[in-house]
Design a binder for this molecule. Structure first.
Ligand SMILES: Nc1ncnc2c1ncn2[C@@H]1O[C@H](COP(=O)(O)OP(=O)(O)OP(=O)(O)O)[C@@H](O)[C@H]1O
Ligand SMILES: [Mg+2]
Length: 273
């Protein structure tokens, strides 16, 4: 199918110019998130710098409360940092208005949620169609074929007419992935995408997400599961809002060797950097 966001297999089309696989797609520089009131000052993220290489399978890992979701929301411009900056495909998010950000997100980022967030009164196909209708990425006459392609890609072609309530959790998450792919965004983000699934189903859904990198997608996922974090080609480990470790390919250019803890090479890594 055409779920291939790139003009060439090894480049990612986002922003003004294609980004080579393995080159920095997201650059987070000195991010902090502090919530301050008269009574207290809570540091949620403290001086977070890293890069997400294009077409990587990138894990943001850490225990509950370590700041993973906050960081993911900052990377996609849903939340604002109190310090530092995010550059995504060459664009500095801080410089965009809310409207620009919303349009940019709709075009470039597909989101997969822990609890699927399918609309319960719409069929699987209609949920995907809705994503197409909301962003007008394709002419209307192509919507149905595109929805069919996306559902087929995630193995849900035969379930197009089912309501979410008539599907298992794993099937619902597959439909949610199809929906995230509808506009063919170069990047997918997923916050605990398998957190609500049994371990066998979780592995199947994760395999599906991981496989999208071979179709030119960059997949950024949040997990607290060490096994899932190990599957990443690149990863960032958080603890109490700080970097506890990162794989070598996630280290920002210019960061001195040893400036941040580096994780041991992962035998499962298929990084193309
Ligand atoms: N609006 C807020 N006001 C105060 N504290 C907040 C706010 N949002 C998040 N926090 C705190 O920031 C920390 C990080 O939250 P975050 O949701 O990013 O963690 P997480 O790593 O995603 O956790 P989990 O694995 O449980 O989802 C937590 O201690 C949380 O209580
Ligand atoms: Mg979270």
């Amino acid at each position: 199918m055409s779920t291939q966001s790139t003009p060439h297999a090894n480049t990612t089309a986002i922003g003004s110019s294609p980004i080579r696989a393995g080159a920095p797609l997201v650059v987070a520089a000195g991010l902090s998130r502090v919530i301050a009131s008269r009574a207290q000052r809570i540091v949620i993220l403290d001086d977070i710098s890293f890069v997400v290489p294009a077409q990587s399978l990138f894990a943001i890992n850490g225990p509950s409360g370590s700041g993973k979701s906050t960081l993911l929301n900052i990377l996609t411009g849903i939340d604002q940092p109190t310090g530092g900056s995010v550059t995504f495909g060459g664009q500095t998010l801080r410089k965009m208005s809310e409207d620009q950000l919303a349009r940019w997100r709709g075009k470039n980022i597909g989101v997969v949620f822990q609890f699927f967030q399918l609309l319960p009164t719409l069929t699987a196909e209609e949920n995907v169609l809705l994503a197409l209708a909301l962003t007008h990425a394709l002419p209307r006459r192509q919507w149905r074929a595109r929805a069919g392609e996306c559902l087929a890609l995630v193995g849900m072609g035969e379930y197009a007419k089912r309501l979410p309530g008539e599907l298992s959790g794993g099937q619902q998450q597959r439909v949610a992935i199809a929906r995230a792919l509808a506009n063919d965004p170069p990047v997918l983000v997923a916050d605990e995408p398998t957190g609500n699934l049994d371990s066998k189903t979780a592995t199947q859904v994760f395999d599906l997400l991981a496989g999208l990198t071979t179709r030119g997608k960059t997949v950024i996922y949040v997990t607290h599961d060490p096994h899932l974090a190990e599957r990443a080609t690149q990863r960032l480990d958080l603890l109490d809002g700080r970097i506890a470790g990162m794989s070598a390919g996630a280290r920002p250019a210019g960061a001195a060797d040893g400036a941040t803890p580096t994780l041991a090479a992962n035998p499962h890594t298929f990084a193309r950097t």
